[in-house]
Design a protein around this ligand. Sequence first.
Ligand code: NAI
Length: 708
Amino acid sequence: MALNLDAIGKKIGPVSKEYNWKDLVLYALGVGAGFDDLEYCYEQKLKVIPSFSIASVFGFLAEVAGDSNVDLSGILHGEQDIIFHNPIPTEGTLSTEGAITHMYDKGAEKGALVVAEADTMHSNGSKLFTNIFTIFGRKDGGFGGDPGPSETVEFPDRDPDFEEKASPSPDQPLMYRLSGDVFQLHVDPDFAKASGFEKPIMHGLCTHGFACRAVIKHLFPGEPERMSRFRVRFSRTIYPGVPVTTQIWKMEEGRALFRTINAENGDVVIDRGVVEWLSKEEMERRARLGGINFDDRVAIVTGAGAGLGRAYALELGRLGAKVVVNDLGGARDGTGGGTSAADQVVEEIKSSGGEAMANYDSVATAEGGQAIVDAAIQAFGKVDIVINNAGILRDKTLAKMEPENWDAVMDVHLKGAYNVTRPAFVKMRENRYGRIILTTSGAGLYGNFGQTNYSAAKMGLLGFMNTLRIEGDKHNINVNTIAPVAATRLTEDVLPPELFEKLKPEFVAPLVLYLCSEQCTGTGAVYNAGMGYYNRAAVVTGPGVVVGDGKEIPTPEAVAASMGKIKSLESAEEFPNAMAAFGPMLAAFSPKKKEAAEAGGRGLTVKAVFDGMVDAFQPDAASGVDVVFQWDISGTQSGLWSVVVKDGTCEVSEGSHSSPTTILKMADEDFLKMITGELNAMSAYTGGKLKIEGDLMKSQLIEKLFKL
Ligand code: NAI
């Protein structure tokens, strides 16, 4: 079985996990904490061991292994790099999303590396950490791929500056596994023997937790939240009960190297350890910024010389971004121009200690858009954020709307966004990071008298976002749209004077800044914002109805008679793309899918799944495959089913087979969850919910052979 190279770049997640103080304490006990470091074990003064961050994303790791198709019988955790962005709160929900980024080929003899990266967000909106996982597939090398970079860590030629001895208990894995890594290798003596070990071994990540506690104790005691990076390579296995020593070399303030050795024989268990931590000053600065900051980020704000754009630019500058303040300084209808609007905002940012430059190009031409992006690159080297905000008005009723008024508004709003975003997007893609904001309007979303040009342009931006969101997804480029309501020169004659006072542009800025931040991983949404009130607007689609039988064209009268159901938005849905929106239409005419959907709603049965298995069989994927799967389902719907695949055919029968290749044991509820996609097969396996006997490798064929 080869690695699935197509899995590179495919989004994995979000995988979510709720946790509270008990999960943190359980993890701490699992990695050897006790009365000596009570702050990890006592809810009254709880601190989080940063390595908990990996214990919280096992679900993601399991999906990486499954999607990559790595041979499970040769799998080892190779390396782990964790970059911490914000302290880990003591409770909440974590949401982890990422992708496989590389597959490296170390040769047929050595194996392959599958590298995946994932960001984890906390339910409070802040980005907590980025995990970079390297899985070593001992049996997957030799596919002719790039061998990848080879990095090493040179330990200084002197005794370690600190040594921390620890004695994991002989029962340590039994405690550690309760934090989520319940792989049988660490608990089941028979499984361990079958895998070539004398008895169950320590989880590499359990020793990792011991090492993490050790470095904190010697380098920044009592302040685990200062850790900014923790990187290791897992080099040897070790049995529970064997003492370990973590050796630490402090290289400079904020950085140290370490390794953890088997104290009995000197074997290096964890190698090439790098730990980095923040200074106290940096911690204080971060606390002041309340989590969101734009240090090292370069932002372009168009039309930033006045109104809303000015408010965004000032805030970005205050929070550390280098800001390109673009404004051609024209009148409300876009005529005229000047430099003072942009210059004044740049002055304001600089006088508060920020960094900014002025740009006076018009967004209305492709050359202007390119020049704005070039200015950012020249001055600051990159573009991370683009806020398309420049705007004009040329209101007329449609009857009086001459082409020049139509075109002028289209050019600034709709083409303007294209003109600036396109060259910026190219640069963002190179850096695998981008945050793009588009500005729509209530007039576009809901309509407003005398503004057909403006409404059309503003709604056009939604179409632009819907597709750009999809194109940006795999490059970590998010695009969201804001529909502001604020007191500016654009609205001075539209909004009632009593409201004008309450509608400061500054009320819109916080949402725009959040959408521009790293913390915001959401993309493709539209938000209304004004006066401190924020909500989301969306395109939703009703459930609809089939008129006629799908063969004969229905009469207009038949359609008219069904208008109640056609118009209904009861249980309306949002769709992620055009194909998905087409799905219900197709399903409406597919009796099998309809039946399946209804069965799912009512409660799909195990028997129904096996009855439908022959239909779900994919003969094209079965050439040369010769395998017998024996399913052993327990629970109220218990039973045995054998599935024989041979020469491109499939036979399913109730009962047991005399010589199965692979035996799969599962509880009925878990089986149904796996079939409906609620439970990932790999997570089920590593989590002990799916037990596999016989040829483990062949079980990986199931996903390809059956499209259930
Ligand atoms: P504003 O008139 O105060 O600011 C717009 C800025 O864009 C001006 O400084 C102008 O010089 C600049 N600009 C115009 N054409 C440009 C071009 N071709 N190139 C570069 N800069 C150009 O208006 P406001 O209210 O701050 O509007 C900002 C955005 O918000 C606009 O896109 C507007 O349509 C949108 N909006 C505003 C609402 C509000 O309640 N103020 C409501 C809905 C949308």
